[in-house]
Design a protein around this ligand. Sequence first.
Ligand code: HSE
Length: 370
Amino acid sequence: MNKQVAMVGWRGMVGSVLMQRMLDEKDFEGLDVTFFSTSQAGQPGPAMVSGAGTLVDAFDIDALAAHDVVVTCQGGDYTKDVHPRLRAMGWDGYWIDAASALRMVDNSVIVLDPVNRDVMDRALDEGIKDFIGGNCTVSLMLLAVHGLIQRGWVDWITSMTYQSASGAGAAQMKELVIQMAQIGAAAGEAAAESGAPVLEVESTVSDLLRSADLQIDQFGAPLAASLIPWIDRAMENGQTREEWKGQAELNKILNLNPELPVDGQCVRVGAMRCHSQGLTIKLKQDVPLADIEAAIRESNDWVRLVPNTKEATLQELTPAAISGRLDIGIGRLRKMTLGGDYLTAFTVGDQLLWGAAEPVRRALNIVLGR
Ligand code: HSE
């Protein structure tokens, strides 16, 4: 009998990317999938999946419990409501979740199989049933530099991030484009005139950014033509929660003991769906750059080492170039003037693919043993 899979939250942004990847990879073949909805039970399921049937109420615990696996991209509030009730009734299926709610609980695993397949396999053997997608920034960094950590070369990492609007949510992505349109409407014509004084163009833009006319309902501040050096809520030690996740999740993903120190500043920028990170990696010794390049290249099938030249960087190492692709770009790789044991690199990855949907899609296939 085919495995019974329940899908919840498949219509949102991450859910839609997951659905498309599952269709691209023909993952629906050999599965019996029931599509659930928090608001549209009884309506037809997704047309692109043959035999999708009608939508079932995503709060119907008995209906969910009839499945071997629940895959959810519905968000943390849904997880916190439904997961404990399902487990309390004795449901023993696999819960695969894109939300952060269960990431740091003891009996869950954070999934990123190209770097922690061993941790996932051990968890499966031990009967762990909760498999949770990681924070996008952490997953994208690990895919880029895991090869160095694996060889035991890394003392600590700082990551200065340039995170896209998509990480904040769908409404925020739209708000970024609305802000861009408002700026274009206010100053675009003058900017296109070759003789226009540039400082007048700039002051028109700056005045708009500081005025009440710019739409900032989602971000609380201008993002277009600006940036926001704060992501998620404050922690007591002065970090933001996004910054805190760097060390906490990286070490849980790799099951490291002692922990690898990771810290940095997380910044929202006006990219659409790619997160970038400027890394400083303190090495334990002066490892030759050629060995570092080889370790990165060999670490997984998606990492793409970009030569440290202007031409290659502009063509291959930008959010514009990587958006919509599974490639993890890493470039600007060099030893720092600080010493031979200080490495710097810049990495770019699609926040919705490897940052969110892809580890979840692959975890589903892994728990199903295929
Ligand atoms: N917290 C991330 C961000 C997104 O705000 O960009 C998901 O991990």
